[in-house]
Design a protein around this ligand. Sequence first.
Ligand code: NCD
Length: 303
Amino acid sequence: MNLQGKHLIAPHDLTMAETDGLFALAEKIIAAPEDYADVCRGKLLATLFYEPSTRTRLSFEAAMLRLGGRVIGFSEPQSSSAAKGESLADTIRSIACYADIAVMRHPKEGAAFVAAQNSEIPLINAGDGGHFHPTQTLTDLLTIRHEKRRLDGLTVGLCGDLKFGRTVHSLICAFARYTGVKFVLISPDELRVPEYVCAEMHDYSEVRDLADALPELDVLYMTRVQRERFFNEEDYIRLKDSYILDAAKLKNAKSDLMILHPLPRVNEIATDVDDDPRAFYFRQMKFGMYVRMALLAALLGKA
Ligand code: NCD
Protein backbone atom coordinates (compact mmCIF):
# COMPACT_ATOMS: atom_id res chain seq x y z
CA MET A 1 0.00 0.00 0.00
CA ASN A 2 1.51 3.32 -1.05
CA LEU A 3 -0.79 6.21 -0.23
CA GLN A 4 1.86 8.87 0.21
CA GLY A 5 0.71 12.30 -0.96
CA LYS A 6 -2.83 11.23 -1.87
CA HIS A 7 -6.06 13.00 -0.96
CA LEU A 8 -9.07 11.22 0.57
CA ILE A 9 -12.22 12.97 -0.63
CA ALA A 10 -14.62 10.16 -1.55
CA PRO A 11 -14.75 6.48 -0.55
CA HIS A 12 -13.68 5.50 -4.08
CA ASP A 13 -10.38 7.30 -3.66
CA LEU A 14 -9.16 4.16 -1.89
CA THR A 15 -9.11 0.83 -3.70
CA MET A 16 -10.32 -2.19 -1.75
CA ALA A 17 -6.71 -3.32 -1.39
CA GLU A 18 -5.74 0.09 0.02
CA THR A 19 -8.72 0.08 2.37
CA ASP A 20 -7.84 -3.39 3.61
CA GLY A 21 -4.21 -2.26 3.96
CA LEU A 22 -5.34 0.59 6.23
CA PHE A 23 -7.40 -1.81 8.34
CA ALA A 24 -4.43 -4.15 8.69
CA LEU A 25 -2.24 -1.22 9.75
CA ALA A 26 -4.90 0.00 12.22
CA GLU A 27 -4.99 -3.49 13.77
CA LYS A 28 -1.20 -3.41 14.17
CA ILE A 29 -1.46 -0.02 15.86
CA ILE A 30 -4.19 -1.34 18.19
CA ALA A 31 -1.96 -4.28 19.11
CA ALA A 32 1.17 -2.20 19.78
CA PRO A 33 0.49 1.58 19.85
CA GLU A 34 3.90 2.29 21.37
CA ASP A 35 5.57 1.14 18.14
CA TYR A 36 3.90 4.06 16.35
CA ALA A 37 4.38 6.79 18.96
CA ASP A 38 7.05 8.56 16.89
CA VAL A 39 6.29 7.81 13.26
CA CYS A 40 4.95 11.32 12.52
CA ARG A 41 7.45 13.22 14.65
CA GLY A 42 8.06 16.65 13.06
CA LYS A 43 4.87 16.52 10.99
CA LEU A 44 2.06 19.05 11.33
CA LEU A 45 -1.68 18.41 10.78
CA ALA A 46 -4.03 21.34 10.05
CA THR A 47 -7.69 20.89 11.03
CA LEU A 48 -10.05 23.19 9.13
CA PHE A 49 -13.55 22.82 10.54
CA TYR A 50 -16.25 25.03 9.02
CA GLU A 51 -18.99 22.95 10.70
CA PRO A 52 -19.45 21.67 14.25
CA SER A 53 -17.63 18.50 15.27
CA THR A 54 -16.70 16.68 18.44
CA ARG A 55 -15.48 13.22 17.54
CA THR A 56 -14.05 13.73 14.09
CA ARG A 57 -11.89 16.72 14.94
CA LEU A 58 -10.74 15.44 18.32
CA SER A 59 -10.05 11.95 17.00
CA PHE A 60 -7.87 13.41 14.24
CA GLU A 61 -6.05 15.54 16.80
CA ALA A 62 -5.62 12.60 19.15
CA ALA A 63 -4.45 10.42 16.25
CA MET A 64 -1.77 12.90 15.16
CA LEU A 65 -0.58 13.52 18.71
CA ARG A 66 -0.38 9.78 19.37
CA LEU A 67 1.81 9.44 16.28
CA GLY A 68 4.19 12.04 17.70
CA GLY A 69 3.06 14.82 15.34
CA ARG A 70 1.50 18.18 16.11
CA VAL A 71 -1.74 19.96 15.24
CA ILE A 72 -2.90 23.47 14.31
CA GLY A 73 -6.33 24.57 13.12
CA PHE A 74 -9.65 26.22 13.70
CA SER A 75 -13.05 24.90 14.66
CA GLU A 76 -14.93 28.19 14.31
CA PRO A 77 -15.06 29.46 10.72
CA GLN A 78 -15.96 32.89 12.14
CA SER A 79 -12.47 33.07 13.58
CA SER A 80 -10.80 32.31 10.21
CA SER A 81 -10.44 34.53 7.15
CA ALA A 82 -13.51 32.81 5.65
CA ALA A 83 -15.36 35.46 7.67
CA LYS A 84 -13.57 38.11 5.56
CA GLY A 85 -14.65 36.44 2.33
CA GLU A 86 -11.52 34.42 1.53
CA SER A 87 -12.06 31.60 -0.98
CA LEU A 88 -11.48 27.99 -0.04
CA ALA A 89 -8.79 27.76 -2.73
CA ASP A 90 -6.81 30.61 -1.17
CA THR A 91 -7.24 29.24 2.34
CA ILE A 92 -5.91 25.82 1.40
CA ARG A 93 -2.98 27.35 -0.51
CA SER A 94 -2.03 29.21 2.65
CA ILE A 95 -2.40 26.20 4.94
CA ALA A 96 -0.16 24.17 2.63
CA CYS A 97 2.66 26.63 3.40
CA TYR A 98 2.51 25.73 7.08
CA ALA A 99 1.28 22.15 7.45
CA ASP A 100 2.14 18.73 5.99
CA ILE A 101 -1.43 17.39 5.84
CA ALA A 102 -4.92 18.85 6.30
CA VAL A 103 -8.37 17.65 7.28
CA MET A 104 -11.42 19.69 6.36
CA ARG A 105 -15.13 19.70 7.18
CA HIS A 106 -17.42 22.04 5.28
CA PRO A 107 -21.19 22.50 4.91
CA LYS A 108 -21.07 22.51 1.08
CA GLU A 109 -21.06 19.35 -1.02
CA GLY A 110 -17.91 19.26 -3.15
CA ALA A 111 -15.96 21.67 -0.93
CA ALA A 112 -13.28 19.10 -0.13
CA PHE A 113 -12.89 18.26 -3.81
CA VAL A 114 -12.34 21.93 -4.68
CA ALA A 115 -9.90 22.34 -1.82
CA ALA A 116 -7.95 19.24 -2.87
CA GLN A 117 -7.53 20.59 -6.38
CA ASN A 118 -5.77 23.58 -4.88
CA SER A 119 -3.81 21.69 -2.27
CA GLU A 120 -0.16 20.71 -2.44
CA ILE A 121 -0.52 18.66 0.73
CA PRO A 122 -2.75 15.60 1.28
CA LEU A 123 -6.30 16.70 2.08
CA ILE A 124 -8.77 14.54 3.97
CA ASN A 125 -12.51 15.16 3.70
CA ALA A 126 -14.05 15.07 7.18
CA GLY A 127 -17.54 15.67 5.76
CA ASP A 128 -18.74 17.84 2.86
CA GLY A 129 -22.38 18.80 3.39
CA GLY A 130 -24.77 15.90 2.84
CA HIS A 131 -22.35 14.14 0.48
CA PHE A 132 -19.51 12.00 1.86
CA HIS A 133 -17.56 11.37 5.07
CA PRO A 134 -14.97 8.75 4.14
CA THR A 135 -13.09 8.54 7.45
CA GLN A 136 -16.31 7.77 9.32
CA THR A 137 -16.69 4.92 6.84
CA LEU A 138 -13.21 3.64 7.65
CA THR A 139 -14.24 3.79 11.31
CA ASP A 140 -17.48 1.90 10.69
CA LEU A 141 -15.93 -0.81 8.56
CA LEU A 142 -12.97 -1.35 10.87
CA THR A 143 -15.36 -1.73 13.82
CA ILE A 144 -17.35 -4.39 11.96
CA ARG A 145 -14.27 -6.16 10.56
CA HIS A 146 -12.64 -6.27 13.99
CA GLU A 147 -15.69 -7.83 15.60
CA LYS A 148 -17.04 -10.07 12.84
CA ARG A 149 -13.65 -10.90 11.24
CA ARG A 150 -15.17 -10.30 7.81
CA LEU A 151 -17.03 -7.74 5.72
CA ASP A 152 -18.34 -10.13 3.07
CA GLY A 153 -21.78 -11.72 3.21
CA LEU A 154 -23.37 -9.42 5.78
CA THR A 155 -26.92 -8.06 5.86
CA VAL A 156 -26.68 -4.38 6.75
CA GLY A 157 -29.63 -2.23 7.80
CA LEU A 158 -29.29 1.54 7.55
CA CYS A 159 -31.98 3.48 9.36
CA GLY A 160 -33.02 7.13 9.64
CA ASP A 161 -31.97 10.02 7.45
CA LEU A 162 -30.59 8.21 4.42
CA LYS A 163 -31.05 11.27 2.20
CA PHE A 164 -28.85 13.83 3.92
CA GLY A 165 -26.64 11.46 5.97
CA ARG A 166 -23.15 11.69 4.50
CA THR A 167 -21.93 8.82 6.66
CA VAL A 168 -24.63 6.65 5.08
CA HIS A 169 -23.64 7.56 1.52
CA SER A 170 -19.95 6.86 2.11
CA LEU A 171 -20.62 3.64 3.97
CA ILE A 172 -22.84 2.26 1.22
CA CYS A 173 -20.33 3.11 -1.52
CA ALA A 174 -17.48 1.38 0.31
CA PHE A 175 -19.43 -1.58 1.73
CA ALA A 176 -21.10 -2.41 -1.61
CA ARG A 177 -17.69 -3.42 -2.99
CA TYR A 178 -17.50 -6.46 -0.71
CA THR A 179 -19.00 -9.75 -1.84
CA GLY A 180 -22.53 -10.75 -0.90
CA VAL A 181 -23.42 -7.65 1.10
CA LYS A 182 -27.17 -7.09 1.31
CA PHE A 183 -28.55 -3.67 2.26
CA VAL A 184 -31.89 -3.01 3.94
CA LEU A 185 -32.66 0.71 3.72
CA ILE A 186 -35.07 1.82 6.43
CA SER A 187 -36.35 5.38 6.10
CA PRO A 188 -39.42 7.55 5.62
CA ASP A 189 -40.21 8.17 1.98
CA GLU A 190 -38.85 11.73 2.10
CA LEU A 191 -35.48 10.59 3.44
CA ARG A 192 -34.61 7.78 1.03
CA VAL A 193 -31.10 7.12 -0.27
CA PRO A 194 -30.30 9.37 -3.27
CA GLU A 195 -30.14 7.83 -6.74
CA TYR A 196 -26.36 8.21 -7.18
CA VAL A 197 -25.79 6.13 -4.05
CA CYS A 198 -28.45 3.49 -4.95
CA ALA A 199 -26.54 2.93 -8.18
CA GLU A 200 -23.61 1.53 -6.14
CA MET A 201 -25.57 -1.32 -4.54
CA HIS A 202 -26.03 -4.76 -6.08
CA ASP A 203 -28.55 -6.10 -3.58
CA TYR A 204 -30.87 -3.82 -1.60
CA SER A 205 -34.42 -3.33 -0.44
CA GLU A 206 -36.20 -0.22 0.83
CA VAL A 207 -38.60 -0.56 3.75
CA ARG A 208 -40.44 1.74 6.14
CA ASP A 209 -40.62 -0.36 9.26
CA LEU A 210 -37.63 -0.95 11.54
CA ALA A 211 -39.22 -3.71 13.64
CA ASP A 212 -39.99 -5.79 10.54
CA ALA A 213 -36.47 -5.47 9.18
CA LEU A 214 -34.59 -6.14 12.44
CA PRO A 215 -34.61 -9.97 12.67
CA GLU A 216 -32.53 -10.52 9.50
CA LEU A 217 -29.84 -7.91 10.20
CA ASP A 218 -26.17 -8.56 11.07
CA VAL A 219 -25.47 -4.83 11.37
CA LEU A 220 -27.86 -1.97 12.15
CA TYR A 221 -26.54 1.51 11.37
CA MET A 222 -28.73 4.11 13.08
CA THR A 223 -28.51 7.78 12.10
CA ARG A 224 -29.82 11.12 13.32
CA VAL A 225 -32.17 13.19 11.17
CA GLN A 226 -29.85 15.90 9.82
CA ARG A 227 -31.66 19.03 11.00
CA GLU A 228 -29.08 21.44 9.53
CA ARG A 229 -29.74 20.18 5.98
CA PHE A 230 -33.51 20.72 6.05
CA PHE A 231 -35.10 23.61 4.21
CA ASN A 232 -37.79 24.09 6.83
CA GLU A 233 -38.18 23.31 10.50
CA GLU A 234 -41.70 21.83 10.14
CA ASP A 235 -40.43 18.97 7.98
CA TYR A 236 -37.66 18.31 10.48
CA ILE A 237 -40.07 18.23 13.40
CA ARG A 238 -42.41 15.89 11.53
CA LEU A 239 -39.62 13.46 10.63
CA LYS A 240 -37.18 13.66 13.52
CA ASP A 241 -38.67 10.88 15.62
CA SER A 242 -39.50 8.52 12.75
CA TYR A 243 -37.39 5.78 14.36
CA ILE A 244 -36.50 5.12 17.94
CA LEU A 245 -34.62 1.93 18.69
CA ASP A 246 -35.21 0.67 22.22
CA ALA A 247 -34.58 -2.46 24.24
CA ALA A 248 -38.07 -3.84 23.57
CA LYS A 249 -37.58 -3.73 19.78
CA LEU A 250 -34.27 -5.56 20.09
CA LYS A 251 -35.95 -8.70 21.45
CA ASN A 252 -36.44 -9.91 17.87
CA ALA A 253 -32.90 -9.13 16.70
CA LYS A 254 -30.02 -11.57 16.23
CA SER A 255 -27.87 -12.23 19.29
CA ASP A 256 -24.76 -11.13 17.36
CA LEU A 257 -26.30 -8.03 15.78
CA MET A 258 -23.95 -5.02 15.83
CA ILE A 259 -25.66 -1.67 16.44
CA LEU A 260 -23.60 1.22 15.11
CA HIS A 261 -24.20 4.97 15.05
CA PRO A 262 -21.75 7.64 13.86
CA LEU A 263 -22.93 9.88 16.74
CA PRO A 264 -24.11 12.37 17.86
CA ARG A 265 -27.34 10.63 18.75
CA VAL A 266 -30.43 12.69 19.41
CA ASN A 267 -33.49 10.48 20.07
CA GLU A 268 -33.04 7.59 17.69
CA ILE A 269 -31.50 5.16 20.17
CA ALA A 270 -33.03 5.02 23.65
CA THR A 271 -30.49 4.95 26.46
CA ASP A 272 -31.85 1.56 27.57
CA VAL A 273 -29.95 0.10 24.60
CA ASP A 274 -26.58 1.44 25.74
CA ASP A 275 -25.76 -1.49 28.04
CA ASP A 276 -26.82 -4.15 25.55
CA PRO A 277 -23.75 -6.10 24.37
CA ARG A 278 -24.93 -5.50 20.81
CA ALA A 279 -24.50 -1.72 21.19
CA PHE A 280 -21.18 -0.83 19.55
CA TYR A 281 -21.57 2.93 19.08
CA PHE A 282 -19.32 3.95 21.95
CA ARG A 283 -16.64 1.33 21.22
CA GLN A 284 -16.82 2.44 17.58
CA MET A 285 -15.17 5.77 18.44
CA LYS A 286 -11.90 4.16 19.50
CA PHE A 287 -11.62 2.43 16.14
CA GLY A 288 -12.07 5.87 14.58
CA MET A 289 -8.96 7.16 16.25
CA TYR A 290 -6.88 4.11 15.32
CA VAL A 291 -7.92 4.08 11.69
CA ARG A 292 -7.17 7.82 11.47
CA MET A 293 -3.71 7.09 12.88
CA ALA A 294 -3.24 4.54 10.11
CA LEU A 295 -4.51 6.98 7.49
CA LEU A 296 -2.35 9.92 8.60
CA ALA A 297 0.75 7.73 8.71
CA ALA A 298 0.00 6.29 5.27
CA LEU A 299 -0.74 9.62 3.55
CA LEU A 300 2.45 11.06 5.05
CA GLY A 301 4.45 8.10 3.71
CA LYS A 302 5.30 6.90 7.20
CA ALA A 303 3.70 3.45 6.98
C1 NCD B 1 -21.57 12.54 11.56
C2 NCD B 1 -21.38 13.68 10.57
O1 NCD B 1 -20.78 14.71 10.93
O2 NCD B 1 -21.80 13.49 9.45
N1 NCD B 1 -20.86 12.73 12.75
C3 NCD B 1 -19.58 12.24 12.84
O3 NCD B 1 -18.70 12.67 12.15
N2 NCD B 1 -19.36 11.24 13.69
C4 NCD B 1 -22.98 12.17 11.77
C5 NCD B 1 -23.95 13.23 12.17
O4 NCD B 1 -23.58 14.40 12.40
O5 NCD B 1 -25.13 12.90 12.29
